[in-house]
Design a protein around this ligand. Structure first.
Ligand code: HGY
Ligand code: MN
Ligand code: MN
Length: 418
């Protein structure tokens, strides 16, 4: 809990105000879920909100070559801005389809609120501080997670990024241009990352470890390796009413068997595997499909388990495809290796917070994970009583959100106000 020992509803007043302002942006009136996809109008509105928060606090606002947003305090005034000692905090504002309110925005809102808290304490910053919004973390539109941080760290080449296409066939460059950004500028940003001594991302916990331990705040230890694979099952379109079962080459059948195989293989290995997205052509009630596309998301505690699970699922899919005269192609669309957060920063944070903060792993990917190969990164988790995420039901209690703001303020004070 915060060194100041303060907490409880009503603290961090700016948090509540920002939360209320951000809440309606990109929320679907029917599902109450969020649809803040990269380079859409909702994303533009979120970006405008971020810029307003930065400028209202007198922070130096900028957008980097990859469209990530930065709000700097003191970048130009402290000693040498290229000293590599900047402390950065933030997260993302985009969402999965019908995502929850907290995944991403909690980290960004808490960052601004933590700065307000530190200013309220009269903290003296001795290192540059920045608040960020990394673009397209969820990959909901173009299928690749963490595009903004992958581009910045050189893990995604501009050429590969330019090839990304959404479900309507719109390319990433077209989408960026339509949103007023120059896609030809994207690429690695080593100078910017070299300025950073520590990146701390606060995020709602996507699990129940803190609920079970009775803690408001936790610190991340590691992120499971995880990836996304697209399975294309090519069959033969035909009449649903007149085609004998024995004459069918039905890709939906193969897809269904593969989904069951994925669950079976994941259970056997203590991993997770999800087919959460599907597209069917021609998608007619009375027509056997010609093509079924299914996207597999699989994750495991270690690389070899993940490899084993995905290989077994692909093997089963090929056997089913052969049996039904279906052709199968599998494409890996996104992959993130295991992340072990840097121990020194993790332990320093725990010490700043009193030394008794639980340290927990996660199966969820984050920009802090992507950047961990380039700069020291760490994560703070805020209790989610149900553990539910990537759903409108995602929730964190007000008291816990405030505890997260105060913990983040303590960490930033400890790191940037020595
Ligand atoms: O998929 C993930 O784990 C993250 O929410 N992008
Ligand atoms: Mn997410
Ligand atoms: Mn997230």
């Amino acid at each position: 809990m915060s060194q100041s020992g303060r907490g409880g509803v009503g603290e961090a007043p700016s948090f509540h105000e920002m939360w209320r302002e951000l809440a309606p942006i990109g929320r679907d009136a029917t599902t109450r879920g969020y649809r803040r996809y990269a380079w859409t109008a909702a994303d533009t509105d979120c970006r405008a909100w971020f810029q307003a928060q930065a400028e209202s606090r007198g922070l130096a606002y900028e957008v980097d070559r990859n469209g990530n947003q930065w709000a700097w305090l003191g970048a130009a005034t402290y000693k040498d801005p290229t000293a590599g000692d900047a402390v950065v905090t933030g997260s993302h504002l985009d969402s999965v389809p019908d995502g929850g309110a907290f995944d991403g925005p909690l980290g960004v809102v808490s960052s601004f609120a933590a700065l307000d808290e530190l200013r309220g304490r009269g903290a003296e910053f001795t290192r540059p501080l920045a608040i960020t919004n990394f673009g397209d973390e969820e990959g909901a539109r173009f299928g690749l997670a963490c595009v903004g941080s992958r581009l910045a760290s050189g893990q995604l080449t501009p050429e590969a990024a330019h090839r990304l296409r959404d479900g309507d066939g719109i390319t990433l460059p077209q989408a960026m241009e339509a949103a007023g950004y120059d896609p030809s500028a994207i690429g690695p940003d080593p100078e910017r990352l070299a300025r950073i001594g520590a990146f701390v991302e606060l995020h709602v916990e996507q699990g129940r470890a803190l609920d079970l331990s009775g803690d408001s705040v936790g610190i991340a230890s590691a992120i499971w390796p995880h990836g996304r694979w697209r399975f294309d099952f090519h069959g033969e379109a035909n009449h649903a009413g007149t085609t004998r079962l024995v004459d069918r080459r039905d890709p939906m059948l193969t897809y269904a068997e593969t989904v069951l195989a994925a669950r079976r293989e994941a259970e056997l290995a203590g991993a997770v595997a999800t087919f959460g997205k599907i597209s069917v052509e021609p998608n007619g009630v009375n027509a056997i499909p010609s093509l079924v596309r299914g996207w597999l998301d699989s994750r495991a505690a270690d690389q070899s388990t993940l490899d084993t699970v995905v290989a077994a699922i692909q093997q089963a899919a090929r056997e089913y495809a052969d049996r039904h005269g279906v052709d199968l192609t599998v494409v890996r669309e996104s992959f993130t290796p295991v992340v072990e957060f840097e121990h020194a920063l993790r332990d320093e944070m725990n010490k700043i917070l009193g030394g008794a903060i639980p340290v927990l792993g996660t199966g969820a990917g984050h920009d802090a994970g992507i950047l961990s190969g380039t700069i020291p990164t760490a994560m703070l988790f805020v209790r989610n009583p149900t553990g539910v995420s990537h759903s409108p039901a995602e929730f964190a209690a007000e008291d816990d959100c405030v505890a997260g703001v105060l913990a983040l303020a303590d960490v930033l004070e400890g790191l940037a106000c020595r």
